[in-house]
Design a protein around this ligand. Structure first.
Ligand SMILES: [Ca+2]
Length: 307
């Protein structure tokens, strides 16, 4: 009888996992503040099965050390530990951007993506959510192109005007590995969806509101508050008190989790690239995203206090 119960329990776990959206979050966490909030949103998202966290390089930042993926892994590990999800794998990506598509260096992150993609099926693909440079996902596909029919890639990157379908690739994540971005855009077999900077910039969190919500999260909340206060935004001199923060990466994670809070349209790739279609988010509903985000965090906090 006990054996039967154990079998049913594991069957239940497998079935409930199978219905969830499988995601790997590939982030340049140490480069910004929004990555931390996006990861928190993903880890607490009931619709997601977070398969792992990987880190991407951000070599063009004025703060970049000689090992930016390691910096990000240290923060990812802290979040995983503070939230109490230590079983989620955390891996480091490649230190340098791709310099030549014919000589790819694999990393723990790209090997992990390949391994997990191979374990998934077409019906329930692995979704790679790229919140930084595209180095790791491009390396994974080049290492093993057979994963292409088992993955979907979501990328937070470049500026886009949906009315005239014009692109501006002079954007931080894209600049950190232009060769990797070109490779993704040029690959007709890749299911690629982009949350453009033009769309995600509309999601702005307000310090007073955020800090009051985070106060309920104990050490995890304090960690995020400290990050918000201490981070020096090198790209702007406006808002020196950090009263507002654009949550680029949160917009993408929440749009994947909630299809009704965003508009996604299909566009041709930019001129000069392989002619094919990619999906781009053209609109989000920032207020609903914020409401649902904090409700989700609250549910996680309440579950903790009920344990
Ligand atoms: Ca990021």
């Amino acid at each position: 009888m006990l054996y039967l119960r154990i079998i049913f329990f594991f069957l239940f776990i497998q079935i409930s996992k199978a219905q969830k959206v499988k995601v790997i979050i590939d982030a340049d966490t140490a480069n910004e503040v929004d990555d931390l909030f996006a990861i928190l949103g993903a880890l607490t998202e009931p619709k997601f099965d977070v398969v792992g966290l990987t880190t991407s390089q951000f070599n063009t930042s004025p703060y970049a050390t000689n090992n930016t993926p390691l910096e990000s892994k240290i923060i990812n590990d802290s979040i995983i530990s503070l939230i109490g999800y230590e079983s989620i794998p955390s891996l480091m990506g490649q230190i340098d951007p791709i310099s030549n598509l014919d000589s790819i260096t694999s990393s723990d992150a790209s090997n992990f993506i390949v391994k997990k993609a191979k374990l998934t099926s077409k019906n329930n693909p692995l979704n790679i959510i790229v919140l930084g440079s595209c180095t790791n996902i491009a390396s994974a596909i080049i290492t093993d192109p057979s994963i292409l029919d088992k993955i979907k890639v979501y990328y937070l990157g470049f500026w886009h005007n949906p009315i005239i379908n014009s692109y501006n690739l002079n954007e931080f994540n894209t600049r950190n590995d232009p060769i990797a971005v070109n490779f993704l855009l040029n690959n007709p077999d890749l299911d690629l969806t982009v949350m453009s900077a033009s769309t995600s910039k509309n999601l702005v969190f307000n310090k007073v509101d955020v800090f009051s919500k985070l106060a309920k999260l104990d050490n995890l909340g304090l960690y995020l508050i400290d990050r918000w206060i201490s981070f020096n935004r090198w790209w702007t001199n406006d808002d020196k008190e950090n009263n507002f923060w654009v949550m680029w990466d949160v917009a993408l994670v929440e749009a994947i989790a909630n299809q009704d809070i965003s508009t996604k349209e299909t566009f041709d790739t930019p001129d000069g690239y392989t002619k094919r279609k990619i999906n781009i988010y053209t609109k989000i509903d920032p207020e609903t995203i914020k409401q649902r985000y904090w409700k989700k965090i609250e549910r996680y906090t309440n579950n903790l206090s009920n344990e």
